[in-house]
Design a protein around this ligand. Structure first.
Ligand code: GLU
Length: 449
């Protein structure tokens, strides 16, 4: 194969969305697999909607995902060469300037440039979809410039692909309908035809078409929710591609080694948030305890403060619990907001009716709590640091008197919640004095009810 040259041609009219990232991933994998070059071309031809901010975001997010390129250009900065090429086509009579009545302002005449369309059928071979034939007669002599010095998008794309020596145009199938026009322009300009590969677009969870203007599919929003870049990269890569090995977890290098355009799916995958979370959980599980804890602590602390609770050392003691529970950093903030970890930072407000175990009355609840308090009193502060020792101290009694009857009141007294971690763990997090204090509060609450 001749030296591979591919392009990333995003239009900077919105933040980098998953679709942009997918386009880049597919092109990156293909280029790297074949030792090729990647041309990043910011197609900023839409003057109203294109923004430098969006271009910067696309660059930033692709870098964050670990994707690079070899060359960077902006379509508007290449416009002089587009004009020269269009003048040349007109000079060769392959295109012509035509004076036409404006559709917008009837009565007004404007100049447009039209390509002389030979009007035959055009067949191109698409690596993913096979042969595709278009009858181009119905396109007629289509417009390639709003004026001799104002070439249209399709013209610019073809000229840039040609001069950059692009060998493979790998893009979403939403561009298929542009291809016959682009091929006709390419032939008029005398550029060789690249290989085309149009892959199906992926769909939203509700099977709707994803839109780049919907903020929730912006790569930055996944990043803000705390997804790790290798997880998002891995998920985006397998969204519409199955590596021959069948592996689901792959590093970028492994993906490059396995990648072939032919293995891209022929129908559109549905973006599955649960699957993305599964990937993220996997990559989180690969983090060292130190790295995990350092990051989790920062997120936890900010969330606790945002909930107006005062931070204390118990925060560090729930990190292993957090590690079991979360799939993505943002889950920490969600769990904190739901009150899941309040037990570590403040004494709960108790509903007396909820203190006794199932089927027990207040007297039975109080009896068990009294007994539990006595058993806990015998433990030292140091014993409390180990939830297993707390459990050992209570287990025989709980087994004898009924686990639900004994452990429910304790757990509820410590957490104030019907669902929470087990009471031994909570006791070890909050320590001896707070544990005893909360049991006493529960006893007083029962008594005064
Ligand atoms: N600029 C186009 C887009 O962002 C891509 C054009 C192409 O791949 O040829 O949709």
């Amino acid at each position: 194969m001749e030296k591979v040259r591919v392009r990333y041609p995003p239009s900077p009219t919105g933040y980098c969305h998953v679709g942009t990232a997918r386009m880049a991933v597919v092109n990156y994998l293909f280029a790297k697999k074949h030792g090729g070059k990647i041309f990043f071309r910011s197609e900023d031809t839409d003057k109203e909607r294109s923004k430098r901010e969006y271009e910067e975001d696309i660059i930033e997010q692709l870098h964050w995902l670990g994707l690079g390129w070899d060359d960077f250009s902006r379509t508007t900065e290449l416009v002089e060469s587009h004009k020269t090429a269009m003048h040349k086509l007109v000079g060769e009579d392959k295109a012509y300037v035509s004076k036409e009545e404006s559709k917008k302002n009837p009565g007004e005449f404007v100049e447009v440039v039209r390509l002389r369309n030979p009007g035959r059928s055009v067949t191109f071979t698409d690596v993913i979809r096979g042969d595709i034939t278009f009858d181009t007669t119905e396109l007629g002599d289509f417009v390639i410039g709003r004026a001799i010095d104002d070439p249209l998008y399709n013209f610019a794309v073809v000229y840039d692909d040609g001069t950059q020596g692009i060998t493979h145009v790998i893009r979403g199938e939403d561009h298929i309908s542009n291809t016959p026009r682009q091929i006709l322009i390419q032939e008029a300009l005398g550029f060789p035809r690249p290989v085309y590969a149009h892959y199906p677009l992926h769909l939203g969870a509700d099977k709707s078409k994803l839109s780049k203007r919907t903020g929730d599919v912006a790569v930055r929003s996944y990043r803000e929710k705390g997804f790790l870049s290798p997880a998002l990269l891995n998920y985006i890569a397998i969204l519409g591609w199955t590596p021959p090995s069948g592996k689901e977890i792959l590093s970028l290098d492994e993906m490059v080694a396995e990648f072939e355009l032919e293995n891209l799916h022929k129908s559109g995958a549905v973006f599955d948030m649960e699957k993305l979370r599964w990937y993220n959980r996997h990559y989180l599980s690969e983090m060292s305890v130190e790295d995990f804890n350092a990051h989790a602590l920062t997120v936890l602390r900010a969330a606790i403060t945002a909930r107006n609770l005062s931070w204390n050392d118990a925060g560090e003691k729930i990190l292993s619990l957090i590690r079991e529970k979360i799939s993505v950093w943002g889950d920490i903030s969600d769990l904190v907001a739901e009150g899941e970890f309040d037990f570590a930072f403040s004494a709960p407000v108790l509903d007396p009716a909820k203190i006794p175990g199932k089927g027990d009355d207040a007297a039975a609840g109080a009896k068990h709590l009294h007994h539990v308090r006595a058993l806990l009193e015998k433990l030292s502060e140091a014993d409390f640091r180990d939830s297993e020792r707390v459990k050992a101290a209570l287990w025989d009694y709980a087994t004898e008197a009924g686990r639900g009857s004994v452990l429910w009141p304790l757990r509820y007294s410590l957490s104030g919640r019907e669902k929470s971690p087990d009471p031994f763990l909570i006791a070890s997090v909050i320590g001896k004095s707070s544990t005893i204090e909360r049991v006493e509060i529960a006893l007083n609450t029962l008594q005064s009810s």
